[in-house]
Design a protein around this ligand. Structure first.
Ligand code: ADP
Ligand code: ADP
Length: 230
């Protein structure tokens, strides 16, 4: 069954003015779903409910088929990884950034595998001190696209069931955009991935696209199918 499901979810920051108006969708345990739609449509609010920052006013969010309101909060948060839009890095080394929140159980081989999946193997090799290079605000060793892939790698190393990624709107060069597309494909092969997609390339490479408008799922299908919808 789906790893994450919204069933007729209604929610308003002010309950008398609903922002989500009956959102339903299911996220399979593997693959890449893109959320697209205009600013203010409710995409970030969907993430906030998936993260359990808020509870639905009506309807339910399910994780592995169970209503999340009966799941311990910590357990839920461990299962749902979030990659924020600005991908903040800590003021430590790249290794510390990658292992933050992952605990000591991560082996070097798992770390290598995740670096490869996210296209960071060569990036690490090119850094002056490899994984021990400081990469926080002061470090300025990594480009925006690389920071985003570090944030994805960090998220993966915590072994969530689903990763939510709010893609930055900032312009990435063509190489970074390609590297991100490859990383998302690799991640979606092992984990469920839901991306608020700002880039056309990400929408195009998603397995399914949900168009969110005015707090409802206005259309759903493959990118190809949606090209034929008004
Ligand atoms: P999107 O991510 O699609 O741009 P959002 O989910 O951020 O849309 O916003 C949906 C609506 O909810 C907008 O009208 C927005 O102003 C409102 N909204 C978002 N976050 C908050 C908040 N924390 N408090 C009150 N209103 C909010
Ligand atoms: P695992 O992921 O290790 O297989 P389970 O999903 O079997 O763990 O859940 C472990 C325990 O937590 C079970 O006793 C299960 O009933 C309980 N549990 C987990 N999530 C929920 C939920 N949403 N509602 C009720 N019980 C839950």
């Amino acid at each position: 069954g789906p790893v994450l499901e919204f069933r007729d979810v209604w929610f308003g920051y002010d309950p008398s003015r609903p922002v989500l108006r009956g959102i339903s969708f299911a996220v399979p345990s593997r693959g890449h779903i893109a959320l697209v739609g205009p600013s203010g449509a409710g995409k970030s609010t969907i993430f906030a409910l998936a993260e359990r920052f808020y509870e639905p006013d009506r309807g339910a969010v399910l994780l592995n088929g169970r209503d999340v309101r009966f799941t311990p909060y910590d357990r839920h948060r461990a299962a749902v990884g979030l990659v924020e839009q600005d991908c903040p890095l800590l003021a430590g080394s790249l290794r510390e950034n990658l292992l933050y929140g992952a605990g000591p159980a991560v082996s070097e081989s798992e770390l290598s595998r995740v670096l490869a999946m996210t296209g960071l193997t060569g990036v690490v090799a090119a850094l002056p001190r490899g994984l021990d290079t400081p990469v926080g605000e002061r470090g300025r060793q990594l480009s925006g696209g690389q920071r985003q892939r570090v944030a994805i790698a960090r998220c993966l190393l915590a072994r969530p069931r689903v990763i939510l990624l709010d893609e930055p709107t900032a312009h990435l060069d063509a190489d970074s955009e390609r590297a991100l597309a490859v990383a998302l494909r690799e991640v979606a092969a092992v984990c469920a991935l839901v991306v608020i997609a700002h880039r056309f390339s990400t929408v195009r490479s998603a397995d399914r696209v949900l168009v969110i408008e005015g707090g409802v799922v206005a259309a759903e299908g493959t990118h190809e199918e949606l090209l034929h919808v008004d």
